[in-house]
Design a protein around this ligand. Structure first.
Ligand SMILES: *[C@@H]1O[C@H](CO)[C@@H](O)[C@H](O)[C@H]1NC(C)=O
Ligand SMILES: *[C@@H]1O[C@H](CO)[C@@H](O)[C@H](O)[C@H]1NC(C)=O
Ligand SMILES: *[C@@H]1O[C@H](CO)[C@@H](O)[C@H](O)[C@H]1NC(C)=O
Ligand SMILES: *[C@@H]1O[C@H](CO)[C@@H](O)[C@H](O)[C@H]1NC(C)=O
Ligand SMILES: *[C@@H]1O[C@H](CO)[C@@H](O)[C@H](O)[C@H]1NC(C)=O
Ligand SMILES: *[C@@H]1O[C@H](CO)[C@@H](O)[C@H](O)[C@H]1NC(C)=O
Ligand SMILES: *[C@@H]1O[C@H](CO)[C@@H](O)[C@H](O)[C@H]1NC(C)=O
Ligand SMILES: *[C@@H]1O[C@H](CO)[C@@H](O)[C@H](O)[C@H]1NC(C)=O
Ligand SMILES: *[C@@H]1O[C@H](CO)[C@@H](O)[C@H](O)[C@H]1NC(C)=O
Length: 505
């Protein structure tokens, strides 16, 4: 899931009840889904094959619940492989049936040919309400297939998947008896009273600055240097040197190339902050443990720049080319960002600035369609940001969406359809949702972090030293901070309570 500042930015029951026991390990299945659930109840809609995984290895058909992961914007394997708390730990603790659903338009669950799926008219079925109905119907089917009509189903998700988990519990409580919404920024929408537009990038900048002020302030200075070179008409001759300094795969030739380099780097740093995990991981890209710390090592020994000081003037340069300050800063910035792009390799790949999304294994196209329709999450940069200061430009984003996808963003759709711009009123009557957010995670800015007064059926967990949905990862006794160990213990206890409540009714 990406912030927008980063954008230039039924039941087709395939009844296959297993004979002779359930297969061990993760198995892949497909279910037929109407492409459009809401025209004539989906009855006359064409269908597509939606992929899902089941692991019945630890399931106790007598007493075990269904543990469902609501897939987000990428191929399902990504989420399966990075949700070990669910697949390896809760599955056994609760003797649960593990089910993972793949989000329509991602991975192998494509209603249209991938080359045209995101084009006008084909992209209109890529919506939150359609995918929520997919998951609702998938679970109805699973309950039949596994003779589990009376079993509770707990829905899990991280990031956008966490948003879906919370919303599925709100909209379909008959299907989902509880939800763990990890790092789910359900409140990061236009005009959010609890989520200032600057907050996302402020937390990123703070994460780097907490390691050392030389780190976030030099990065900020470096971004200013890039912009200065871009904007100064007398320095077009230095674009070649800028290309060399950042080891670009092809030379920077246009203003838009430099803008794309900027976005590529910015997104690299942002994703590094999001996935700042305590041991080596391979989620969006492979990275060493505590990648933000590793990146900041490259700024060790740099003086802490004071605002504005680094802006080299033309006079500083005798014959053109980069100033020594620029050279030194760009070299460190490149090594630092390659912690994300190249696993901190000492022989990194060239910088592919055409990849502005920089999402690694996630799929930018599909997310852009969601963002251009129902999920526009506006991120701006304030004075504490290490990126260039600027408000979120609603007009420019609207124009981008109309030009690219022929969609006009519905900036307040989430407020209308799901609520949240008045949390105390809107969430008074919802129940059985854990909202967990990590201290290190920029998306916590859009999470539900406040208790809902008088509603003790909503649990708010703030996890110190944790990045984006760390709690969903497999427990790591050696490297996990105590805070995330405690959070998982609490989550398990709360989920057991929901299961008990449902099965004793
Ligand atoms: C689940 O993780 C916790 C914390 O690491 C551990 O104590 C427990 O034994 C694990 N349970 C299973 C069944 O693996
Ligand atoms: C929509 O998808 C269909 C089937 O994949 C394709 O034939 C059609 O050209 C696409 N429409 C557009 C506007 O790309
Ligand atoms: C469909 O989208 C692709 C990019 O995803 C674009 O290259 C192509 O021109 C589009 N086709 C039509 C018919 O709009
Ligand atoms: C930065 O450090 C402060 C003070 O220790 C802490 O409160 C804050 O949560 C930290 N922020 C991040 C993103 O690490
Ligand atoms: C840098 O990090 C410090 C410490 O976390 C923070 O106070 C500051 O706002 C950050 N950003 C900039 C641009 O200095
Ligand atoms: C550089 O130019 C762009 C586009 O004209 C403008 O938005 C930006 O504010 C300028 N930046 C600086 C540092 O002058
Ligand atoms: C990342 O680097 C580490 C240490 O150099 C190495 O052990 C690991 O295999 C690398 N991972 C990938 C996917 O390249
Ligand atoms: C990152 O790479 C640098 C330079 O090769 C090396 O000194 C450092 O040990 C690496 N750090 C990790 C955590 O792999
Ligand atoms: C980086 O280069 C390696 C080979 O050195 C290649 O396997 C890998 O796919 C490249 N990564 C990217 C993001 O291009």
């Amino acid at each position: 899931m990406r912030s927008l500042a980063t954008l230039s930015l039924l039941l087709g029951l395939s009844l296959c009840a297993p004979e002779g026991g359930y297969p061990l390990g993760r198995k892949e299945y497909y279910i037929s889904m109407p492409i459009d659930h809401f025209t004539n109840g989906g009855a006359q809609s064409a269908t597509f094959q939606m992929r899902y995984f089941v692991d019945a290895q630890y399931w106790d058909p007598q007493s075990g619940p269904i543990l469902f992961y609501a897939g987000n914007e990428g191929k399902l394997e990504n989420f399966y492989d990075n949700s070990g708390f669910l697949t390896k730990n809760l599955s056994r603790e609760l003797k649960g049936l593990i089910v993972f659903g793949e989000h329509r338009y991602f991975g192998k669950s494509l209603p249209f040919d991938p080359s045209t799926a995101y084009n006008t008219s084909n992209n209109t079925y890529l919506t939150v309400d359609q995918v929520m109905m997919d998951y609702n119907l998938l679970l109805k089917s699973i309950r039949y297939q596994y003779s589990a009509l009376d079993k509770p189903c707990i829905v899990f998700g991280g990031s956008y998947g966490g948003m879906l988990a919370a919303w599925l519990r709100m909209k379909y409580p008959q299907t989902f008896q509880g939800a763990l919404a990890s790092s789910a920024p359900i409140l990061y929408f236009k005009g959010a009273p609890t989520a200032p537009e600057n907050a996302f990038n402020d937390i990123i900048s703070e994460a780097f600055g907490n390691r050392s002020l030389a780190c976030n302030k030099t990065i900020k200075a470096g971004f200013q240097m890039i912009e200065n070179i871009r904007n100064d008409t007398k320095r077009q001759g230095d674009w070649a040197a800028l290309s060399t300094a950042f080891n670009t795969c092809r030379p920077l030739q246009t203003y838009s190339d430099i803008d794309n380099l900027y976005l590529h780097l910015m997104n690299g740093y942002s994703y590094m902050a999001m996935t700042n995990y305590p041991y080596p991981t391979s989620f969006l890209t492979p990275m060493p443990a505590w990648p933000v710390n590793v990146a900041c090592e490259y700024f060790a020994g740099f003086p802490v720049p004071t605002e504005g000081e680094v802006l080299a003037t033309d006079e500083d340069r005798l014959v053109g080319g980069l100033t020594p300050d620029e050279q030194k800063t760009f070299t460190a910035m490149l090594k630092a960002v390659n912690v994300y792009f190249n696993n901190n390799s000492s022989t990194p790949n060239c910088t592919n600035f055409d990849d502005t999304d920089a999402t690694g294994d996630l799929d930018g196209f599909g997310w852009n369609v969601l963002a251009c329709n129902q999920l526009a999450m506006p991120c701006a940069n304030g004075p504490n940001s290490m990126f260039t200061e600027g408000a979120f430009d609603y007009d420019a984003f609207t124009q981008f969406c109309e030009a690219t996808y022929k969609m006009t963003p519905r900036y307040e759709w989430v407020w209308r359809y799901l609520g949240g711009n008045d949390i105390q009123r809107d969430f008074k009557a919802i129940s059985n949702i854990i909202f967990s957010n990590g201290e290190l995670d920029p998306w916590r800015a859009g999470g539900l972090n406040d208790e809902i007064l008088g509603n003790d059926k909503i649990n708010i967990l703030f996890i110190g030293k944790a990045a984006h949905h760390l709690d969903l990862r497999e427990p790591n006794d050696e490297f996990d901070p105590q805070e995330v160990k405690d959070a998982r213990t609490q989550e398990l206890a709360i989920i057991k309570g929901w299961i008990k409540e449902y099965t004793s009714q």
